[in-house]
Design a protein around this ligand. Structure first.
Ligand SMILES: [Zn+2]
Ligand SMILES: [Zn+2]
Length: 115
């Protein structure tokens, strides 16, 4: 059986990305992007892992990681941007709301399996 080094992933209707091949247990499974290939013939590609493998290895999917980082940057600020003055424990600005919604959506997608 020949496995694709890195499949292209699949954008489903809600915008979350799934692959159909897990690069960790080397089998077909509903998978999410977890790592970029930095060197070798597949450089620039993306590695996908299924949910059991993500749990086993403690991986966050890249979309979830990015969504969380975007929310944290909005709430806490970065080197270049100040923390959001409107978001607090009790209130969120529209942008903060959208970032929360995106993180929830990606976490839900992480729960998905083939079954
Ligand atoms: Zn797997
Ligand atoms: Zn805000």
């Amino acid at each position: 059986m020949t496995a694709p080094a890195a499949n292209g992933g699949e954008q489903v209707s809600d915008g979350t990305v799934f692959g159909q091949w897990c690069s960790w247990h080397h089998g077909a499974a509903l998978s999410r992007p977890v790592a970029m290939i930095e060197r070798g013939p597949g450089a620039g590609g993306t590695l996908y892992a299924c949910r059991p493998c993500r749990i086993k290895h403690g991986f966050d999917s890249i979309p979830t990681f990015m969504a969380r980082a975007a929310l944290f940057n909005h709430l806490r600020g970065t080197d270049d941007t100040p923390p959001c003055p409107s978001c607090s424990r009790y209130e969120r600005c529209p942008e903060g709301d959208a970032l929360w919604a995106e993180l929830r959506r990606q976490r839900r997608a992480d729960q998905r399996t083939d079954q």
